[in-house]
Design a protein around this ligand. Sequence first.
Ligand SMILES: Cc1cc2nc3c(=O)[nH]c(=O)nc-3n(C[C@H](O)[C@H](O)[C@H](O)COP(=O)(O)OP(=O)(O)OC[C@H]3O[C@@H](n4cnc5c(N)ncnc54)[C@H](O)[C@@H]3O)c2cc1C
Length: 531
Amino acid sequence: MASGEIFDVVVVGFGPTGATLANLLGRDGHRTLVVERAPQIYTLPRAVHFDHEVMRIFQSIRLAERILPHTGPVEGYEFKNAEGKLLMGFELGETLTSQGWQADYMFHQPSLEAVLREGATAHRKVEVQLGQELVRLEQELDGVTLGLRSAEDGRQTSVRARFVVGCDGASSATREQVGLETEDLEFDEPWLVVDATTSRPVEELGFPRVPLQHCDPRRPTTAIPVMGPYLRWEFMLLPGEGPEMQEPARVRALVSEWVDPDAIEIIRSAVYRFHALIGRRWRAGRVLIAGDAAHQMPPFLGQGMCAGIRDADNLAWKLGMVLDGRAGEGLLDSYQRERGPHVRSVIGIAVEMGRIICTQDPEIAKARDAQMLSGAGGVAGASGGTPASMPALPGLSEGLLEPAPRHPLTGELALQATVRDGQGREGLLDDLAGPGFTLLWREATSLSDRARATLERLHVRQITFGSTVDPKVLRLDDPTHAYGAWLDRHGADAVLVRPDHAVFGVASGARDVDFLVNALASGLAAEADAG
Ligand SMILES: Cc1cc2nc3c(=O)[nH]c(=O)nc-3n(C[C@H](O)[C@H](O)[C@H](O)COP(=O)(O)OP(=O)(O)OC[C@H]3O[C@@H](n4cnc5c(N)ncnc54)[C@H](O)[C@@H]3O)c2cc1C
């Protein structure tokens, strides 16, 4: 039976996407229920890598410091041919990027999920029900009724919500219930994933020092020193091979080509199909999908989970604005409009990497090697043994952004650097500024009454690195001159940043801050009308 209570949002699935979304909604004070089919955390890792943008999102839910101990360093990423020659290499490292964090982190997924879950559960307005499977969804005009089945005794109950977000993974029941279809992006390969631990230092085992794609057509293999005692192999299955490859004797034979099998303990082996697909629509009325429920990609770029966490970050503030009446429901359509093209291009890079490694034809592999060793044919210019940076992920190209002609910074992630406040506290910008829309001024000047009212209504925080007499503008020091240099480089007087850290627009020259603020108000109104 549905109780009288109606939740603002029910999040279906407590994986990394759902747990991040619950943290964001809980932080912003929205009454949230998470329902998760499994009684406990899935104890085996799948994802092993996330990037600086994701760490910035974890920072925004105040969990970065608790997540850091579960991460490890990563210096590079290599693609080698069967003879061990470097076909393509990427330099990673511990240098901080424009997001205030390292570009890349290796991590232990069950530990990360535990921190995310603790964080979500600690919010007063977040309730979590484990062992509850979504089995039915009915949309009404003013809300959604969800039918749940208990894993313990099969008892069925129901709850109501204003919005539902299905973060319930690849075989999403939410997606099925509301009839959202997926588009196959034509990558579907079976791989055997093997995880192991060792009590010996990884380098003593002769295991690769950095993640390696061994592009050997006889058995394309990924070998990853994850962090601490954890090692990962992903072995591509050959024609005719299937689930029998998970058997211990076969796994032992495969890993013994890499290390002494007695020096490690295999903790799991599982066959996965590495897919590429994307939902055609991510919203049906009051029901939305996110993470693997909305898109899946092969793991060669280590971006599947990252994409789900970006979804959560894009969607949470939009749901918040709709829930508290600052925007109309149409704003929710900008979620797919913004995230869809982004995730498609990330899937494209992952698939491109996959096609390089998955070649099983020796002749094609030979031609590939010759081409890449001659300095052509890699991904993002990384070929012929010259280490390059990881392919840059795109910014947002459409959605809630300043009107054209757009500044080149629009849609990109805004800088996060160290700042200092009036009390001498020094820290990363987001820690001192807090979440939400932010207007970063070089020098705060006066605004029209209309723009001031908009800033107030939309809860836009104003920060200046110069002078201000306005008590509503927070004055921060820029001790490393990172912001000064950034604003100079982009010829910007002010930058209006969205809650997900994407730049909404830039004030420079004729386009002043008044224009920008009014453009945000009209953009929000237009999104609402479009919906
Ligand atoms: C071998 C491998 C390596 C990978 N490596 C990386 C990597 O390095 N970096 C990266 O970013 N990504 C990587 N990925 C992808 C990443 O693991 C997934 O994209 C990520 O786990 C998706 O998170 P999610 O929360 O969207 O879905 P899931 O993790 O699948 O979570 C969905 C949750 O919903 C629950 N659920 C399902 N149905 C219901 C229901 N009906 N009712 C209630 N609850 C339900 C499930 O129990 C589960 O807890 C990898 C994947 C694989 C397979």
